[in-house]
Design a protein around this ligand. Sequence first.
Ligand code: NAD
Length: 435
Amino acid sequence: MTTPVSTTSDTPTYDSLLSGITDPGGREVLDPATGEVVGRVAAAEPLAELLSREQGKPLNGPNARFEVGACAAWLRATAATELPGGTVVDDEDTHAELHYRPVGVVGAIGPWNWPMMITVWQVAPALRMGNTVVVKPSEYTPLSVLALVQVLNGALPADVLTAVAGDREVGARLSGHPGVDKLVFTGSTATGQAIIRSSADTVKRLTLELGGNDAGIVLPDVDPKAIAEGLFWGAFINTGQTCAALKRLYVHTDVYDEVCAALVEVAQAMPMGRGLDEQNVLGPLQNRAQHEVVARLVNAARDAGAKILLGGDPDPDAAGHFYPATIVADVDDANPLVAEEQFGPALPVVRYEDVDQAVAMANRLDVGLGASVWSSDREAARAVAARLEAGTVWINSHGGVHPMIPFGGVKKSGYGLEFGVEGLKAVAVPQVVNG
Ligand code: NAD
């Protein structure tokens, strides 16, 4: 792993960050001979750079450029998705039709881990269904979202999409505001609970995408080397700061040592460092508080006698919130590193002996966003998947999302769905016309 260095050594101004973004079509490219405009450099690259500088994630790997690309993909897919109404009863006595109308004003409150992509997840379906939207970005990553909104507003009519930057107080005001008809919230479970309370007086419709602590179950028939890279990215995408990332891994005792060794081998080869350096695929944690959470939980495992196979020793002098990729073995299922959402680059690997025990451990927490089952036998994996309490269960991968596949959590991971036709329904109100 390369030595981490600061992400903040040359602090740019807000204006310089926005250069190249302010024109939604991008910078003009002139023909040097004639001076004519022959093309435009799209806003994607300056957006990715701003995201990297503010959030910390590297340009490369499944990080900043990937996130900006996902924004474009989600916008295109959502724009192309239809939610038609239709006739529900048509007989001699009755003709009833169901129509989907706009909700009105949609409030969108987001987190700091995937700030641009999650904003697009919230905004695109709401606009598609004819609503107006007020976005409230995380106080940790406002610039990325403001810049994105600026780009979108280059194509939208005035005042359809607005952004209000601010902290939790601004979020609370938005969620209690009588002019907001629907709130789409992505963030922690504790904040989701606060939003349920503050939106009660106005009976706002809610979509709540909350915290998770996703389990993965590795069955004894796997080829450890073949699944190691998938396991790694399932856990360490965005340096572990991902809601539906693999956060606790249950591995059958027959393949436990081989899976741990293969994971360590993959993790060791992944360069961590400054986001703007092209070679890095892991970056710093976005903020100090998150670094402290990860350090506290890894230390809790170490103090309880778990084995730190890799990482676990952040450089106290690192200029930036770098925490090395950490893999922890022989850890008890009750340990806080397993039971709490670490939201960072630390993966506890728990040994199990029979699959019933693994399913019970996976289901024992009060959250259920994602889960995964890893096996050479797809049907065996599907049988285990059916027993897991999670909104999505992936087989032989973890965390992949698609604009047409519904996504949402169960238990305290929230309610309501995003993406595809279900996502459009979530930002519409059904109206029956009968007669
Ligand atoms: P957070 O809950 O601290 O903050 C999220 C947003 O809520 C911020 O914009 C914040 O200003 C705002 N906010 C805070 N208090 C509020 C209040 N009382 N009323 C209204 N708004 C308020 O979450 P975070 O730390 O930014 O994000 C990390 C968490 O988000 C993790 O738990 C992660 O699992 C979760 N997450 C979930 C999903 C998902 O799709 N389920 C996706 C990404 C992140």
